[in-house]
Design a protein around this ligand. Structure first.
Ligand code: SIN
Length: 474
């Protein structure tokens, strides 16, 4: 039905090879029913990307801008259909899906513009009669692996800088949300982006595809958003070709509320930072650290708001939280909760339990300590785990006591404290009196075991460019 809405020529994509299918691939490439030939279709996509890159890089930035903006405009004019498709395959409420389509498109617009600003440099030489010039060139063919939690935006923010910089891409979206990705690919095609520039492969054998990407000599860069465990594996595999890498991995965001915070604003920010996408984002607040003196006031107001959250079918009006991605996700979150209770956490609020295999109502836990699994592992679900602290130093130490370093949040009205805490938090992104930090104009990315590389902002193109130094004698 959705493909009818989008008028997608679905047939074209469903060239099936048990494990993989790829846009525009020849059926003859995947004729082995035993799956023995399943990767040849990925090879075909890489080869198409390599061929297309030679001409794509020759386009001017202005020509690439025009094509990318045509793509952006088509996405925006189809945003209702794209959002519906997303809610059906991923589960998030329709309003959130609409927001994500616009968010994803904002990366395409941002990088279309940035393509015109890939500046080089001239540097005074130490030697007479010599000039030093620095130019930036595309890395070549980029492989991207993207997750299911943002089926549109995570892909858009990898494809956009890739093609803006003159590269081509072979992207593998999560097997849980292939349709949103294929719809993006179809719209790129309708926008006139030439064949081979954007190649989208859908397959369930993520392990083999990831390994092929990381070891392939014609892939010049691999960009991955997903778990730290898989990121490490891809890094190991990529060592054989010394591939350029960007890794956007797991997070364990602290959300600190100091005694000088605007409590009402902190509660609103906490709801946004915790429950966006039912808690299934890498930047979701994972641990709430609340100052002793405002603890009762914050927690009671927070729980009041949590009680108002409506959980259910994302297509229904007024639903704030959709289902989790699959039953295993629900089991995993509930196991974390059970373990934390055994370790001493208390259940302050448990939205009525649902027997539905993917619906999980919010849970609020108190008396959490930083050594519990729930405070050290990514929850990826609608569970708020709350701790108390007494001093600023203690809050910073607790916040930084994690292997991860993606996002952190804190609320304070004290300017000096804002300066001190912002610089002391060991995270790539910090929300200060702000619960939603995502923005195409900002550099998204982490430190420590949350990875490296930045997506978005004027810095985001550098990950997709090589620097070349030209030394001229005259
Ligand atoms: C993520 O969960 O990795 C991305 C979230 C965002 O872009 O806001």
């Amino acid at each position: 039905m959705l493909f009818l809405l989008l008028k997608l020529p679905l047939q074209q994509y469903l060239i099936y090879c048990r494990h993989c299918h790829v846009a525009d691939a020849s059926p003859s490439l995947c004729n082995d029913d035993n799956g023995g030939n399943k990767l040849s279709i990925v090879e075909a996509a890489i080869s198409a990307a390599k061929t297309a890159q030679a001409s794509w890089q020759l386009l001017t930035a202005y020509q690439r801008y025009d094509l990318m903006m045509a793509w952006h405009d088509l996405i925006m004019s189809n945003k209702q259909d794209l959002a519906l498709l997303m809610t059906l395959e991923q589960g998030k409420p329709l309003a959130e899906s609409m927001g994500e389509i616009a968010y994803g498109a904002s990366y395409i617009k941002w990088f279309a513009e940035e393509a015109k600003r890939i500046y080089g440099d001239t540097i005074p030489s130490l030697n007479a009669n010599q000039s030093i010039k620095v130019i930036k060139q595309p890395v070549g063919v980029v492989a991207a692996i993207t997750p299911w939690n943002f089926p549109n935006a995570m892909l858009a923010r990898k494809i956009a800088p890739t093609i803006a910089a003159g590269n081509t891409i072979v992207a593998k979206p999560s097997e849980d949300t292939p349709l949103s990705a294929l719809a993006l690919g179809e719209l790129a095609k309708r926008a006139g982006i030439p064949a081979g520039v954007i190649n989208i492969i859908v397959g369930t054998d993520s392990k083999s595809i990831g390994e092929l990407f990381s070891r392939h000599k014609d892939i010049n860069k691999l960009t991955f958003t997903g778990s730290t465990r898989v990121g490490k594996l891809l890094m190991e595999q990529s060592a054989s070709t010394l591939k350029r890498l960007s890794m956007e991995l797991g997070g364990n965001a602290p959300f600190i509320v100091f005694e000088d915070a605007d409590i009402a604003a902190a509660v609103d920010g906490a709801i946004q930072a915790k429950f966006r996408n039912s808690g299934q984002t890498c930047v979701c607040a994972n641990r709430f650290l609340i100052h002793d003196s405002i603890y009762d006031s914050f927690v009671s107001r927070f729980v009041e708001k949590v009680k108002q959250l409506k959980v259910g079918n994302g297509l229904e009006e007024g639903v704030h939280l959709g289902p989790l991605i699959h039953p295993q996700a629900k089991t995993k979150v509930l196991e974390l909760v059970t373990k934390s209770i055994k370790q001493g956490a208390k259940v302050l609020y448990d939205g009525h339990s649902s027997k539905h295999h993917t619906i999980l109502h919010p849970i609020v836990l108190t008396d959490v300590t930083n050594d519990m699994d729930i405070a050290q592992l990514e929850i990826f679900g609608p569970v708020a785990a709350i701790q108390k602290f007494e001093t600023e130093q203690q809050a910073i130490a607790l916040a930084n006591d994690t292997q991860y370093g993606l996002a952190a949040y804190f609320y304070s009205q004290n300017l000096s404290r804002v300066e001190r805490v912002s610089t002391s938090l060991a995270f790539g992104m910090v929300g200060i009196n702000e619960g939603i930090i995502s923005n195409a104009a900002a550099p998204f990315g982490g430190i420590k075991e949350s990875g490296f590389g930045r997506e978005g902002s004027y810095l985001g193109l550098d990950d997709y460019l090589n620097i070349k130094y030209l030394c001229t004698r005259f």
